[in-house]
Each structure stands twice: as C-alpha cells, then as structure tokens.
Design a protein around this ligand. Sequence first.
Ligand SMILES: [Zn+2]
Ligand SMILES: [Zn+2]
Ligand SMILES: [Zn+2]
Length: 280
Amino acid sequence: MESPELSFTLAYIAFSVCFVFTPNEFRSAGLTVQHLFSSWLGSEDVGFVQYHVRRTSVTVLVHCSLPLGYYIGMCIAAPEKNLGYLYEVTTYHVYMASQSECHVTVTESRQHQLSPDSASPTQILTLRVASINPAVRPFDISLNSTEYAELREKLHAPIRNSANVVIHQTISELFLETFKAQVELNQPYTLPNGQEVEPCIGCMQVPANTKLVRQCHAEGADNESECQRCFCRPMWCLSCLGRWFASRQDQQRPETWLSSRVPCPTCRAKFCILDICVVR
Ligand SMILES: [Zn+2]
Ligand SMILES: [Zn+2]
Ligand SMILES: [Zn+2]
C-alpha cells in the first residue's frame, strides 16, 4: 500500500530537482527564482550588478530552504510521523532531536501571573533535551505545566525531574489517571475481522483505541438520563476521550465527574464511564 509520506517524498524530490536545474517546462511555467522574485530583483538592464547580487542571494536562500519546505510539507502529509522528534524553533534555528536518542529533564520552573483575572499563576517549565547523538546540540523547551502530562504521555522516553519541581497539573490531567484506571476495569472490545485501528482523530499520534459499547444497566426515569447506543467505529484514544469527558463536566464539582454522562464526541449519543471499552 502506498503511504502519503512516500508519495510526498518522491514528488518533492522530483520538484526540487526540477526547481534547481529548471528544465524548459519549468521555465515556461514561470517556476524559476528569477520569475518568482522578478518584482524584487528589478531590471537586469537598468542595474546589472545589483540585479545579479540579488538574484544569487535569493537563489541561495530559496535552495537552502528546500529541506525546510520539505519538512513543513511532511507535517501536513503525515502528521503522526512527527511524533518521532522533539523540536524547538527559534528565529534562526530549528533544533531537532530524535525521541529514541534523547533524554528529557525538567531543569527549572517559573511562575507567571499571565492575566490578572486568572486565580492561580501559570507555571512554566523548562525542559532540557539532550541527545546521545553528539552531532545534536542540547536545547531547552519551555512548556506550560498543564501541558506537561500530555507531553509525558506522547514521549517514548521517561522525563527526569532533576530540580524536583512540583508540577502543577490541571484537575483534568489529574482526573485522567483515575479515568484510565476505571476504564481498564471494563470489558475490552475486539475489532471485527479485517477492521484496522486508525490513528486517533483528536491527536493523530496514537491509535484510536476506544469504542463506546453500552454496558451499563442504568434505568433512568426518562430517555434523557439514560445512556444511548453509539455506532461510531473506534476514533479516539483513551486520553483524548478522557479529556473530552472531563471537559463536558461541571468544572466546579469534580467529585461528580466519574458518575456523569457525556455525549459521544462524534455522534452525540450519551455514554457513561462503564460504556467505554479499550480496543484490543
Ligand atoms: Zn488521541
Ligand atoms: Zn458515537
Ligand atoms: Zn452508560
């Protein structure tokens, strides 16, 4: 089966070779540096030296940025592949380290009162990414502490906490642990023969490993308070479904969350925590 990243890579290589060596077809289509930047380059007849200084500079710049153009295209063609790398983008650098080769350590924590109306200050963590590959320089990434749990989950390596920073997570992130433990107690769901697990449509980074199957026997006084049948195929991972579940609750009363019903994020059929099955 053809993969989107392979098709994109081949197409991009063909495009780059043609763009750099400009065959006649590219010239007549106007796909040359001279043509694309003609208004900025000015006229060759009026200012010959200036024109060629500009032309060579812009050619070098454009050709050098072809790999970055490739990277951006790859993000669009195959977003789930980006999981393999950690990035830090600054004005003049893109730092990148392969997850399988790097150690991530929490080195610092700062508190910021970002807005006067937020009740608690925002905690910003500094994480140092060091690679075992000597060619990759260590770099720092900054992260809101409420996003820490998500990063930890998506990373294939453990995060060390050298500074013994107490990380402030949101109630939703803390709830996620309880939510997952509870769902693990439910019956698993076996995919029908021939059906493949797709990537989660929430994060596109892990397989969609949950299926809603009405398991509870809650008898409500009316239809409103009952769970309903969901016919959706597995589309969400357990973490995304847990975050959705938490987001639909009364944020002031976390003690009621586990016993509440929420609509399926796709078809809106109501479900409770007993109806969530992990796909095996
Ligand atoms: Zn997900
Ligand atoms: Zn559904
Ligand atoms: Zn239910």
